[in-house]
Write a protein that binds this ligand. Structure first.
Ligand code: TGC
Ligand code: FAD
Length: 389
């Protein structure tokens, strides 16, 4: 047989990366192999975020990786950020969530909308993992329609007084600061709220069957008073939070590729070893068809995200393009993880193998950062010019 291709990269997408991008992928990949994979099944079982990994994640420059070095960040390009997400999610979606929220939803708005003082105060310590952030946009009455938020910030002299609640907030109980989006007389505005502020409370969500190695919380604001210097001065309106989501969703198009690759690798190994009816499971046409179809879908997703990254680095990324890739790539990974769970048979139902953990995690990933339906409707609106929300 001719030279065997890499089953997890059939189109040699890696050859389209620069040396620097490949070095980033290798460094994060080593970290995931050595530090994440040995512990993550147990962390998921225990419903525990592996906080002990944060110093090394920060040490590798993975927090706020695309922001400039003058703020203590690594100054990488968008493709490198994507590869970071892909490798972290090959470990677990919860770990990638942690990095997405810290980087795209907390450091990015401070960088893009904050004052110089805010950038200098927070970004270096956030890059170092000393200050952890969370991002409060979703509210209990309906996350898909954030324009209808009820949380309000009222001006009181030189201060702002915030009242309301946020729901399903990643890192909520870990965070030192919350980026809080609230309705004001002047439209939606963002505030950097230290979680030690009087009137702020975070309550962890329990009984989760998904993203168990990640902290998810409800946030409550009861007359939370912050000075005007806590307000992000350079944006007003929904485009503030949606601009952050654009960054995070871009990374999320890459992450599930890693989860799908982990699942496919697992079933390639398993079906080669498992002998049924006198031959390896992998020798059955029905099984090969399924695995070939997984490789097809992974390859398509890889090329989609890489082109998205090149557009991002050229400053030409459009939100609709991100929506299409978030929809395609998360759906691809969720379906593959479920199919891999099936191929593993009974062995697929425990966290000794990763497929069920990835499948359960991806049930959150397909809902957060805009549900699959929301992204389909964004693409539909682009095609027709008609808003069907
Ligand atoms: P519309 O009222 O038309 O637009 C408002 C303004 O925003 C601008 N805009 C965007 N800007 C940047 N990026 C985007 N993706 C943008 N989409 C819209 C738009 O140009 C406009 O600007 P301006 O200057 O004219 O005021 O709003 P819309 O009709 O586009 O939005 C509707 C809809 C449904 C798409 C939007 O509300 C939406 O995306 N809903 C879903 C909400 C969502 O995704 N929430 C996620 C919460 S965070 C989270 O889930 C974190 S999980 C993290 C983890 O653990 O990894
Ligand atoms: P809803 O908006 O109530 O939607 C319910 C259903 O209705 C969905 O299937 C949706 O697709 C569908 N639907 C909605 N509108 C329409 C329509 N017009 N037409 C047809 N169908 C429609 N949010 C944050 O702000 N910060 C975070 O850090 C964060 N982390 C999260 C972590 C986890 C683990 C989870 C699960 C969620 C997180 N979220 C976070 C919230 C997430 O963004 C929301 O769950 C998501 O936006 C959907 O909102 P919802 O859950 O209120 O569902």
């Amino acid at each position: 047989m001719a030279h065997r291709l890499d089953p997890l990269d059939l189109y040699d997408v890696r050859s389209l990366l620069t040396d620097e991008e490949r070095a980033v992928q290798d460094a994060v990949g080593r970290f995931v192999d050595e530090k994440v994979l040995p512990i993550i099944g147990d962390a998921f079982d225990q419903g525990r975020f592996p906080a002990e990994l944060v110093p090394e994640i920060a040490g590798l420059g993975l927090l706020g990786a695309t922001l400039p070095e003058e703020y203590g960040c690594a100054g990488m390009n968008g493709v490198s950020y994507g590869l970071i997400c892909q490798e972290l999610e090959r470990g677990d979606s919860g770990l990638r969530s942690f990095a997405s929220v810290q980087s795209s939803l907390c450091m990015y708005p401070i960088f893009a909308y904050g004052s110089e003082e805010q950038k200098r105060e927070y970004l270096p310590r956030m890059a170092a993992g000393e200050v952890i952030g969370c991002f409060g946009l979703t509210e209990p009455h309906g996350g898909s329609d954030p324009a209808n938020m009820k949380t309000v910030a009222r001006k009181d002299g030189g201060d702002w007084v915030i009242n309301g609640a946020k729901m399903w907030i990643t890192n909520g109980n870990l965070a030192h600061i919350a980026i809080v989006w609230a309705q004001t007389d002047d439209g939606i505005q963002g505030f950097i709220v230290p979680t030690s502020t009087k009137g702020f409370a975070a309550q962890e969500v329990h009984k989760k069957m998904s993203l168990r190695a990640s902290v998810t919380s409800a946030l409550f604001f009861d007359d939370v008073r912050v000075p005007d210097s806590a307000r992000l001065p350079n944006v007003k309106g929904l485009k503030g939070p949606l601009g952050c989501l654009n960054q995070a969703r871009y990374g999320i198009t890459w992450g599930p590729i890693g989860a799908a690759q982990a699942c496919l690798k697992e079933v390639l190994d398993y079906t080669a070893q498992r002998v049924l009816f006198g031959r390896p499971l992998a020798a059955n046409q029905a099984v090969q068809l399924k695995m070939a179809d997984m490789a097809r879908r992974i390859t398509t997703a890889q090329l989609l995200s890489l082109q998205l990254g090149r557009l991002k680095d050229a400053g030409r990324l459009q939100p609709t393009q991100v929506s299409l890739a978030k929809w395609n790539n998360v759906r691809m990974a969720l379906d593959i993880a479920r199919e891999c769970r099936d191929i593993l048979g009974g062995a697929g139902i425990t966290t000794e193998h990763s497929a069920i953990r990835h499948a359960l995690n991806l049930e959150s990933v397909i809902t957060y950062e805009g549900t699959e339906t929301v992204h389909q409707l964004v693409v539909g609106r682009e095609l027709t010019g008609i808003n069907a929300f």
